[in-house]
Design a protein around this ligand. Sequence first.
Ligand SMILES: [Mn+2]
Length: 306
Amino acid sequence: MSTTIELIGVPTDIGAGARGASMGPEALRVAGLIEMLKNHGLIVIDSGNLAGPTNPWLPPVNGYRHLAEVTEWNEALHEASYAALQKGHLPIILGGDHCLGIGSISAVARHCRATGKDLRVIWLDAHADFNTSELTPTGNIHGMPVAILCGHGPEQLIQIGGVVPAIDSDVVHQIGIRSVDEGEKRFVHQQGLEVFDMRYIDEHGMRETMARALDGMTDNTHLHVSFDVDFLDPAIAPGVATTVPGGPTYREAQLCMEMIADTGRLASLDIMEVNPACDVKNQTALLAVDLVDSLFGKSTLMRDAK
Ligand SMILES: [Mn+2]
């Protein structure tokens, strides 16, 4: 059975600290995402872009910027993503900033509860995205989605998906982390996330890192990948607003994607934070498409994605 991919564009930078990720969905399409997926023999439905509030660009209120707008976008994404999963489609969320991980992953978690699947989330990112209103230096909610999914955050966001917390912290495996705020660091340790930071990758290599992050999956695992392109070294991916030096190289990133592909369990994907306003000739979107090509690279993926 051929897998049906459903692309859901979410053109907003409502949770970010700089404008521009709202142009990400179109940059990924222009970079050939759809053609690449079709070349794998996948059926591709492009559902276009969701609509939502514009970015009012306001300072934080009680530790959050744009909470009402972030909620609206994520509720819309949750519904669209859950509907896609219910149809048996493999949703690819085209961000948009990473606050959208809330709507996306809460939908995946709800789907897993409804179908009895075991959820595993691979979070590829330079940042832990585990801030709270007390810990955040900025109030930008794209620094908070993992904490919110784990039940730490404003009521209206933690309850998207109907169950609080939306996920247990032990389903999250983070790769590539190299920028964590001071209080956030303590909180991440407390909550017991599995974090493979850049030092771990330096010392053990990407192969062992991914082998550990992917260990213990079964035929019943629903694997979700949340790919923040700031995961990549800025030398190869300049088109993000939150670049942090010292990220995975091109080869390390390819190996990471290939090892995920080898599992055959990929069932939903976020591609987040592509920011054409920071990019050079769309190279970061092109690289993201190249890496997602590897993520879909193995025929084992053609198994039923449900
Ligand atoms: Mn992120």
